[in-house]
Design a protein around this ligand. Structure first.
Ligand code: M6R
Length: 612
């Protein structure tokens, strides 16, 4: 989704801004732009397409100046064109604005501003902000005009603005779209960004703006305010990630790197949390609410996309092992369907990699508003969901750069299993059962290595299947959501029309699709539904559909149904999704590459979906 970078200091701003935009590329965008202020003049360069195109344009027309803001745009209002790309300037070219989010009342504001003579050049909602500030600035200082304009906006925003009358300052404001301020190593330089990875090259000292906060950033420092323009002190925090973590290293793509990081992901997500002796999980983030959790009689998990599918597996875990009735809900549905919450007995668990997904945040607020105890299961430290929940468990997957979620999904499953042990042991789970789960979690990294060692074999299968335009993914029980996740990965990055189904449902509809041109990817590992799954595969075979099976090591029987088998190590059923999803991630990755696509930058998708 859209990205913002800003700089004020003594370096040439253009270089810092472009470097920041490059680091934000993973978030998904379709145009980019930069503005700098030099000699009382704002100069912009905007291009459609990749940041490389912008860099090319800048090499022909470099922008001078040591203060500037830049943006990558993911089109919402108006197509990806130069005119619609940010920054947007006011009528006189003295104010520049970049914006993430959606301004819901832009039509009314635009009509009003046009009636006052403002000339609009784009179809965007963002441009109204520029003209609104311009309008107010006719009768007040720029600073007051900025706050007055923000006050008029309905919707979500992360905004940064420059003005020729305040040439060494960047004005920023946040509601619903993240913004972070960076304090440079050199005392006279400061940064702004919508995502810390954009400025990690320059600093680790940051101030996270929260919703309804604003700041004025200059080479003399950072002043922070509430949106009603009252001064507010904020804490400087340290970014813990290393630069290495956000670079590709020896891998051709971030997605492959992140898939290969998964043994470490389990180690990091479980570090200090496994108490094998007592069959317990140690979750410090829940200690403040542990007693309240003991009384909880119902859980609702809210999430979107892959996080939702992790939550669906969590639902199975929590019901079977912790004995708590659990519902999994899509964020965008939950928030609008008037859900019934029992404030005394219900907890809501928001699962999110970014912690910034607008639909999950909306659902979380809805549940909190109704009194539910709010728990976060989040990867990005300090993100909105992490801050807005009463307690939580970080997944510690490290920065996930590829748009398609892989390691963050695995970390979510790991933490959901820890949560299951935690809540289960508060209830009727025996110590022996707790021990079995905890001990198995500890050996999963080695089992994952065995799957990763089959990368070349998976690549061969991907080449074999690359020409198919459709696929049906089947699984049962814990692996039904894994089938959906495998299908989601394939459609996201390989653009194959893939459907994920609980295998028992196949005969109620999708079986009609099957013939020799419609392959089936089946998760048929040894578990309590193995025989049922085998029967479903017989039905597939009878329709001549090609089958790629995911089976447990040593299962030769499966070769009767298909020659295309990927073997995974055995584990306990509840944890099997953690292993089974990995070959499906690799399969999708290699399918995308075999089809000539860039798996890291799938079309139309954004890493963090901060709009509804
Ligand atoms: O940051 P979140 O976990 O809240 O993101 C939720 C989804 O947008 C995300 O999982 C999305 O479905 C990914 N593209 C999946 O690969």
């Amino acid at each position: 989704m859209c990205g913002i970078v800003g700089y004020v200091g003594s370096r040439q701003a253009q270089d810092v801004l472009v470097e920041g935009l490059r680091r934000l590329e993973y978030r998904g965008y379709d145009s980019a732009g930069v503005v700098t202020l030099h000699d009382e003049d704002l100069k912009t360069v905007k291009t459609v397409g990749k940041v490389a195109v912008l860099m090319d344009a800048l090499s022909r027309t470099p922008l001078r100046g040591t203060v500037g803001i830049a943006h990558t745009r993911w089109a919402t209002h108006g197509e990806p064109t130069n005119e619609n790309a940010h920054p947007h300037l006011d009528c006189r070219g003295t104010i520049a604005v970049v914006h993430n989010g959606i301004i819901e009342n832009y039509v009314v504001l635009k009509r009003e501003l046009e009636s006052r003579g403002h000339q609009f050049r784009s179809e965007t909602d963002t441009e109204v902000v520029t003209h609104l500030i311009e309008e107010y600035a006719q009768s007040m200082s720029f600073s007051d005009a900025f706050f007055a304009a923000i006050d008029q906006i309905v919707g979500t925003f992360g905004i940064a603005a420059l003005c020729v009358t305040e040439p060494r300052k960047i004005f920023v404001a946040r509601r619903g779209s993240p913004l972070v301020l960076g304090l440079g190593v050199h005392r006279d330089e400061f940064f702004i960004a919508s995502d810390p990875s954009a400025i990690l090259t320059y600093t680790r000292d940051v101030i996270y703006l929260e919703d309804d906060e604003a700041a004025i950033v200059s080479e003399n420092g950072v002043e922070t305010f509430s949106l009603d323009h009252l001064k507010k002190e904020k804490r400087v925090e340290k970014i813990e990630w290393s630069l290495e973590e956000i670079e590709r290293g020896r891998f051709p793509h971030f997605m492959l790197k992140e898939i290969f990081e998964q043994p470490k992901v389990i180690v990091d997500a479980t570090r200090g949390r496994l108490d094998a002796k007592n069959g317990q999980s140690v979750l410090g983030g829940l200690s403040d609410v542990a007693e309240r959790l003991r009384d909880v009689e119902r859980l609702t998990i809210i999430a979107c996309g892959s996080a939702h599918l992790a939550g669906a597996i969590g639902e199975y875990m929590l019901e079977e092992y912790a004995g708590i009735p659990t519902e999994i809900e899509i964020g965008s549905e939950f928030r609008y369907r008037r859900p019934i919450i029992d404030p005394k007995r219900e907890a809501v668990i928001a699962v999110s990699q970014s912690g910034e997904t607008a639909d999950t945040i909306g659902a979380l607020r809805e549940a909190k508003g109704k009194g539910a105890l709010a728990i976060g299961l989040v990867n990005v430290v300090g993100s909105t969901i992490a801050r807005e929940t009463e307690a939580g468990i970080y997944t510690h997957a490290g920065p996930e750069i590829a748009v398609a979620s892989t390691k963050a999904f695995l970390a979510q499953l790991t933490v959901l299993s820890l949560l299951t042990v935690f809540l289960g042991r508060q209830r009727s789970m025996s110590q022996a059962t707790g021990q079995r789960i905890i001990e198995e979690l500890a050996v999963l990294p080695e089992k994952i290595e065995r799957i990763l060692a089959q990368n070349d074999r998976i690549k061969i299968f991907a080449k074999k299947y690359a020409h198919y335009s459709s696929a049906l993914f089947l699984g049962r029980k814990y692996n039904a959501p894994v089938a959906l996740e495998g299908a989601l990965k394939l459609k996201e990055i390989a653009y194959v029309h893939a459907e994920g189904y609980a295998a028992g449902e196949m005969k109620h509809g999708p079986i009609a699709l099957l013939d020799k041109s419609f392959p089936v990817v089946a998760i048929v590992t040894k578990d309590s539904v193995y025989e049922k799954m085998r029967s479903n595969l017989e039905e597939v075979r009878a329709r001549n559909a090609p089958i790629l099976a995911l089976a447990s090591e040593g299962d030769d029987e499966i070769l009767r149904l298909t020659d295309d088998v990927l073997y995974v190590p055995r584990t306990i059923e509840m944890l099997s999704p953690i292993l089974n999803v990995i070959p499906l991630q690799l399969f999708a990755y290699h399918m995308a590459v075999a089809r000539g696509l860039d798996p890291d930058r799938p079309r139309n998708l954004a890493k963090s979906v901060t709009v509804e």
